[in-house]
Design a protein around this ligand. Structure first.
Ligand code: 26V
Length: 822
């Protein structure tokens, strides 16, 4: 009977308005007479939140009732961006909301912009996790995300005098999308010591005692699927001093301040997202974060399993856990500990359950990103886990020894413990040994894992433990939401929006490549999107850019391997060429806007130097009357998910130019092509598969191949290094103080000229410049360019995360969707 009291499921404009007003006047205690855009946002969000939470409840009941296998996606990062637009589109009520808001005097586009990005991630890895959640819900998989509820997301970037400054991103005030679950808490232990004792059967058992306890509190975020009834859950843990932790002794002794300080120490565990992308720095607090989150999640998963009253050997039939990089590797050790110490299973039985449960995804081959933790640090913080790690290692090495007797070298290479000073625990090795599948994120990357980084493990386990699942992006956010005009045009041609849930249907667009009206509309939409970006640039930087210019975009984390330095050197080269031209020659130049965006890790000096150089070049170029509109350089401050939604649809060409063999996959390459932009790139990451899908004539590839990188690096050191002559001209300009004090950039030029040019900037420079010349030529032929753009979009069906999730489900998780009939 209580069912009829489900009030909030508004189904039209009027009902939406009623809910909106109700929330503004009661939940927010505001009057409609002074309702501003922010209040309109909060009211709309609350109205949609009600809808989501009703579906969320039903989904959870359904999933519990059918009792089938669930997936748990463990990620330290979920780079969600804004939620409201996504919720409106997924629920299918955006038009009702638009009309309702309009009646009250608001534009839905402005209202949506009031929301603060949920920026709980650094870059590709975190955004991939967010796209996965969208696809898992849309495909009706019973799936949960587990992460940390950071009080501060990735820092906000400000550019001051051309330098990056970091500002904290406090984002939690008035966040309508999270539900605190104060009743769901887990006690997490740190430090202490291990006690050995004999159990009832006379067996030696272990218990971990006398540690410090911190409480994990669950916060749930609903994840709606697009056009489905499934609303999954993202559970984020927040740290809190356990009530026992507040030291009443100190308090009563008058030391109130110190008692509160202890409490704050507990709360720092989930305080801040580490802003290093691809650089491991062994900080104790980071290890604490990892264990805190793994232990809370495992406790929750095990508690849910135990409610089913099944036998332990059925655990892997009910639970699949995917490790997003090595950050959650302690979950493997924690499950083994629970099964041994708490549940009393035998080692082999427990370990068999563990390895069947876990899968591990690797995202990078860069050696500086591979996680290692010092043995003394782990001994102190997690003494029982270190013992278990040693046991895992012992048994593993014994089995290797049996199969490959007398290969001492092999044993020391694959040992979990690196025999350095101090000794280090190699987390990737635990992840491999404790999982049944290890995957890379694009073909080349997965091949490199097998032939280089994890070669010895292929020898030990055979090739079947290693596989590839090429990344994707969700077309809901990255096509439909970011580019409503293009999505509508495609829907008109294909007779509906089905392509959003079956992206391979895009191939039907190829039939229209030669249709003149269609092409014109396609071109018009690109221009509109460029105008939208131009307005944004004007508003945020003050620079006017001409939407008829070629928009050339590189937005991603700043890293030497991604080679923004190659791009800015190319821009300088272009600038010098233009300066040397006659008026006649200038008439033939294709006007260009070079757009950069991205954050540098706060301690990564070389990356910060690259940002500084880009901004200094912009200062000089943008006010040079010799150049005018032929070249503009723009650095977009604080690149994030919601800015990406404006930038991706507006590019003519985007740059994916990492040193071959270094980029795991890249995912923005997919977003740009899906939005009708062409790309210039190296044979690296998913660029290779994008080329295979869209055809070689639709992409601008350049540069050395991965297979030649080692040889080239060797030659730089042991042969003679000769700077590329074109690049030399660029360096001469920099050293002549053309962009301010050359000393500011000497580390950057020296890394190439003097320190071996590890990222092959000089080797690839000529080919890069030549290829940009081909881009200019191609852009002059508008019709041919449009044909490339349309054909490419038509062939991008493969890069939906729906395909990706189905591959994980089939080949790694062995889970089925839970489809509901209406
Ligand atoms: C790595 C590390 C290393 C230890 C210290 C903290 C920290 C934080 C984040 C990361 C993530 C770096 C790995 C990463 O983001 N990889 C990117 O993953 C994308 C999704 O698979 C892929 O498209 C990019 O090519 C890859 O660089």
């Amino acid at each position: 009977a209580w069912r009829k009291y489900s009030v909030s499921e508004f189904g039209n404009k009027e009902e939406f308005e009623k809910e909106l007003v109700r929330h503004i006047e009661t939940t927010l205690a505001r009057s409609m007479y002074n309702c501003d855009e922010h209040a309109a946002y909060s009211g709309t969000a609350l109205a949609f939140r009600d809808r989501l939470i009703i579906e969320w409840n039903k989904t959870q009941q359904r999933q519990t009732f059918t009792d089938q296998k669930r997936v748990y996606y463990l990620s330290l990062e979920f780079l969600m961006g804004r939620a409201l637009d996504n919720a409106m589109l997924n629920v299918g009520m955006k038009d009702a909301a638009r009309d309702g808001l309009h009646d009250l005097g608001f534009r839905v586009e402005d209202v949506v912009e009031q929301e603060h990005d949920a920026a709980l991630g650094n870059g590709g890895l975190g955004r991939l996790a967010a796209c996965f959640l969208d696809s898992m819900a849309t495909l009706n998989y019973p799936a949960w995300g587990y992460g940390l509820r950071y009080r501060y997301g990735i820092f906000k970037q400000e550019i001051v005098n051309g330098y990056q400054m970091e500002v904290p991103d406090y984002w939690l005030d008035n966040n309508p999308w999270e539900f605190p679950r104060h009743e769901i808490t887990v006690d997490i232990q740190f430090y202490g010591r291990v006690k050995n004792y004999q159990d009832e059967t006379g067996k030696i058992a272990h218990s971990w005692e006398d540690g410090e306890i911190v409480q994990a509190v669950a916060y749930d975020v609903p994840i709606p699927g697009y056009g489905t009834k499934t609303t999954n859950n993202l559970r984020l843990w927040s740290s809190k001093a356990s009530s026992g932790e507040f030291d009443f002794q100190k308090f009563n002794a008058g030391d109130y301040e110190s008692a509160v300080a202890d409490q704050q120490t507990a709360e720092t565990i989930s305080a801040v997202l580490y802003p290093n992308d691809n650089l491991e720095r062994g900080k104790e607090l980071r290890l604490k974060q990892q264990y805190f989150w793994c232990a809370a999640s495992l406790f929750d998963i095990v508690r849910r399993f135990k409610k089913t009253r099944r036998a332990w050997n059925e655990f892997p039939d009910q639970v699949a856990i995917q490790l997003n990089d090595t950050h959650p590797t302690l979950a493997i050790v924690e499950l083994q500990r629970i099964l041994l110490d708490k549940e009393g299973l035998e080692w082999d039985e427990a370990w068999n359950i563990v390895t069947k449960t876990f899968g591990y995804t690797n995202h990078t081959v860069l050696p500086e990103a591979l996680e290692k933790w010092s043995v003394p640090l782990m001994q102190n913080l997690l003494p029982r886990h270190l013992q278990i790690i040693y046991d895992i290692n012992l048994l593993f090495l014994q089995s290797v020894e049996k199969r490959f007797p007398q290969d001492r070298e092999l044993l020391s290479r694959v040992s979990i413990i690196e025999e350095s000073h101090p000794k280090m625990v190699r987390m990737a090795y635990i992840a491999i040994i404790g999982s049944h599948k290890v995957n890379g994120v694009a073909e080349l990357h997965s091949d490199l894992l097998k032939t280089t980084l994890f070669k010895d493990f292929v020898k030990i386990y055979g090739p079947d433990r290693f596989t590839n699942v090429t990344n994707g992006v969700t077309p809901r956010r990255w096509l439909h939401q970011a580019n409503p005009l293009l999505s509508a045009l495609i829907a008109e041609k294909l007779g509906g929006h089905e392509f959003l849930t079956d992206l391979t249907l895009l191939d039907k667009l190829e039939a229209f490549v030669d249709d003149k009206d269609f092409r014109d509309e396609w071109a018009h939409i690109k221009t509109m999107n460029k105008l939208r970006l131009a307005k944004f640039i004007k508003r945020t930087t003050g620079h006017a850019v001409d939407p008829n210019s070629l928009f050339d975009v590189q937005v991603k984390r700043i890293h030497e391997y991604k080679r923004q330095q190659l791009n800015i050197f190319g821009v300088i080269h272009r600038y010098l060429s233009i300066k040397a031209m006659s008026a006649e020659e200038k008439k033939k130049v294709v006007p260009r806007v070079s757009i950069f965006g991205g954050k540098a890790a706060p301690g990564y000096w070389m990356a910060k130097t690259i940002i500084h150089l880009i901004n200094k070049v912009a200062d000089v170029v943008n006010k040079d009357p010799d150049v005018g509109n032929l070249l503009k350089v723009i650095f977009i401050e604080d690149y994030n998910v919601s800015k990406a939604e404006i930038i991706c649809p507006a590019s003519d060409i985007s740059e994916h130019i990492s040193t071959a063999g270094t980029e795991g996959s890249g995912t923005s390459n997919m977003k740009f092509v899906m939005n009708g932009g062409l790309i210039i790139g190296t044979c690296d990451g998913a660029n290779i598969e994008i080329t295979r899908e869209i055809g070689e004539s639709n992409i601008f590839l350049f540069g050395n191949l991965a297979e030649d990188v080692e040889e080239l690096r060797h030659r730089h050191f042991y042969g003679s290094f000769k700077l590329d002559p074109q690049l030399e001209k660029v360096f001469t300009a920099i050293k002549g103080n053309m962009f301010g004090d050359a000393a500011d950039f000497s580390a950057l030029t020296a890394s190439i000229e003097e320190h071996g040019d590890y990222y092959l900037v000089s080797d690839d420079f000529n080919s890069y410049i030549t290829t940009h010349g081909m881009v200019d030529e191609a852009f002059k032929n508008k019709e041919a360019w449009l044909a490339k753009s349309i054909t490419s979009v038509a062939r991008m069906g493969f890069f939906s995360t729906d395909r990706v999730i189905n591959e994980y489900a089939d080949s790694i998780w062995n889970v089925e969707p839970l489809v509901v009939k209406d």
